[in-house]
Design a protein around this ligand. Structure first.
Ligand code: ADP
Ligand code: ZN
Length: 343
């Protein structure tokens, strides 16, 4: 198929089909050899796409990213008669990717998986890198594995039905990538706008592809997150904590988390205040929040359950300058003081 790239990871080669159509899926895998696990909203909007495929519909939303959903999906797979040769194909946003990646890694000790991301966040972030998993109560992504899919297929047409808020959620991760690794992309985003990308398909596709390559390269260099990959957590320590306490979407929480991390960077890396203001302006330009009246004590409490914590320290991502992230080990007691001084 046209415009296809391969990324080699430690145990698997992932084929990425950019600029494809959902119907190309049949060229990659026979209908009889796959089970499609589909987000319920995607299923209802695009139901005719799935005729002739074996399907399992997954409830939409982070609240269903729990063990009970995994149990249901596994029961359905057994009922359908899925075996070791069956491929599980996730069609939806980050929640579906997480669930399908996880089920795929444990069902019959592991079956092939593939993804068709249908949200901007899924396309630029969640479906890349092989991280999967579920929440345990309010604690995010506590259980899961790192395991690459066999392929990812991009049909940008799915974005036509994407709700407004999901667009800004996706841009939060794109801006994150620009902050930690790609100053040019940061400037490029500054020079354009939210609506420009929503209306200009060619530019949007190129932007998505650029982000896929950027994230894939980071993951290739450190698949199991011992160093470099941690950069992708920029904005996520405080972000996840805010997300857990409030009814706020992931991208919006990460946006606030990135602002907090840049304020902290001003103190720890000497990041210039003008750079932080540039980031705030860019986030606003892409319909993202830059502050929130949150309970700092609760934020600090939540950080104690963060996976990035080890002992009394936490790996915290700071900016050296725009386009250059750095990972610092910070004592939790110091981070507590820094958070108390925010805003
Ligand atoms: P994320 O990719 O941000 O992690 P989710 O998997 O939680 O997001 O999906 C966000 C919401 O968008 C869900 O309610 C889901 O049903 C919905 N959704 C996903 N893809 C589409 C689409 N292409 N069109 C409309 N709604 C969609
Ligand atoms: Zn994220």
């Amino acid at each position: 198929m046209k415009n296809c790239k391969e990324f080699v990871f430690s145990e698997k080669k992932v084929t990425v089909y950019f600029d494809s159509l959902f119907f190309d899926l049949e060229k990659i895998i026979k209908k009889g050899d796959a089970v499609l696990l589909i987000d319920e909203n995607v299923y209802s909007i695009y139901s005719t796409f799935f005729i002739g495929w074996k399907t399992i519909v997954i409830n939409s939303g982070e609240n269903f990213k729990q063990q009970s959903t995994i149990d249901e999906v596994i029961s359905s797979l057994i009922k359908i008669g899925a075996d070791k040769t069956t491929s599980l194909i996730g069609i939806g946003g980050g929640v579906v990717t997480d669930i399908v990646g996880y089920v795929g890694s444990i069902y019959m000790r592991g079956v092939n998986t593939g993804f068709v991301p249908t949200t901007l966040l899924g396309m630029v972030d969640a479906c890349i890198g092989g991280k999967n998993g579920i929440d345990v109560g309010i604690y995010k992504n506590m259980i899961g594995t790192i395991r690459q899919p066999a392929f990812i297929l991009y049909d940008y047409g799915f974005l036509d039905s994407l709700p407004e808020i999901e667009w800004s959620n996706g841009f939060a991760e794109i801006i994150k990538h620009a902050c930690i690794k790609d100053q040019e992309m940061f400037q490029y985003l500054e020079s354009l706008s939210f609506n420009y990308f929503r209306e200009n398909k060619i530019a949007l596709q190129a932007l998505i592809e650029r982000n896929v390559v950027l994230k894939s390269k980071i993951v290739q260099s450190d698949e199991f997150e011992t160093g470099e990959r941690k950069l992708l957590n920029f904005g996520h320590t405080i972000g996840h904590s805010i997300e857990r306490m409030n009814e706020i979407s992931h991208g919006h929480a990460v946006s606030i988390g990135m602002v907090c991390a840049t304020i902290i960077s001003e103190q720890l890396t000497g990041l210039k205040k003008t750079e932080r203001l540039r980031l705030e302006d860019l986030l606003k330009k892409y319909s993202l929040p830059v502050c929130f009246d949150f309970d700092k004590e609760k934020i600090i409490q939540n950080i104690n359950f963060d996976k990035k914590k080890s002992g009394d320290d936490i790996s915290f991502v700071l900016l050296n300058k725009i386009g250059k992230g750095q990972i610092n080990k910070i004592a939790l007691s110091e981070l507590t003081q820094l958070i108390l001084q925010l805003f």
